[in-house]
Design a protein around this ligand. Structure first.
Ligand SMILES: Cc1cc2nc3c(=O)[nH]c(=O)nc-3n(C[C@H](O)[C@H](O)[C@H](O)COP(=O)(O)O)c2cc1C
Length: 185
């Protein structure tokens, strides 16, 4: 799949079918996370593949979103904040490192025909306790991963002129006609 097609095909999938993910496919998806950039190449993020049914149940409880009940496998991304860095503006970059991992996983899953949905709303303590995640780590994102039947319609996006500015904040960016066309619809 070409990259433009891949990113346009990604959706948040909230209904899954119970079909196992072949190990070779899961391995390719996890390998996509291996090559993610990270602060000072610290590679602080960790991915927990949750597929054991009792763990899946505990995770669904900790997330507390009804739609997750159809999922049978989850990826949980966590990071020890000390394994990242703080920028000059005092911005703490550990969620950024972990978010890049999340997006690599999500796009790699899309490329394999698998659905995902970034979950940011969960009971972090309950997730940590269910999966024995050390207290010093933060859970940044969770996604179900699996096969699905229905593709939800694409959501409306900001136009490029709303999204992008020309040299200064608020200055409309005028693009050449061929780029302006909605390639990513
Ligand atoms: C950081 C983050 C947290 C999110 N948390 C949730 C969540 O807890 N539950 C959920 O159903 N969707 C969640 N989403 C998915 C968004 O609702 C979704 O990406 C957005 O509506 C756009 O839809 P699309 O992903 O299908 O393009 C989250 C997305 C991001 C990026």
């Amino acid at each position: 799949m070409d990259f433009s097609e891949l990113i346009s095909k990604r959706r948040s999938i909230r209904k899954y079918i119970n079909q196992p993910i072949p190990t070779s496919i899961l391995t390719r998806i996890l390998s996509a996370a291996q090559v993610a950039p990270s602060w000072a190449h610290k590679q602080g993020s960790r991915i927990i593949v949750v597929s054991q049914s009792d763990k899946v149940e505990q995770l669904i409880d900790a997330i507390g979103q009804k739609w997750t009940e159809s999922a049978v496998t989850f990826l949980v991304v966590c990071i020890d904040p000390e394994q990242s860095g703080i920028a000059r503006n005092k911005m703490n970059y550990f969620p950024v490192d972990a978010a890049i991992i999340m997006e690599h996983l999500i796009l790699a899953a899309t490329n394999e025909g698998l659905g995902t949905c970034w979950i940011g709303w969960f009971d972090e303590d309950a997730v940590k306790s269910a999966l024995s995640i050390p207290p010093k780590c933060r859970v940044i994102g969770i996604t179900p991963i699996g096969y699905f039947e229905e593709v939800p319609p694409a959501k409306e996006r900001l136009s490029l002129s709303e999204l992008c500015f020309d040299n200064e904040y608020g200055e409309p960016l005028i693009l050449k006609e061929e780029i302006k066309e909605k390639e990513f619809e």
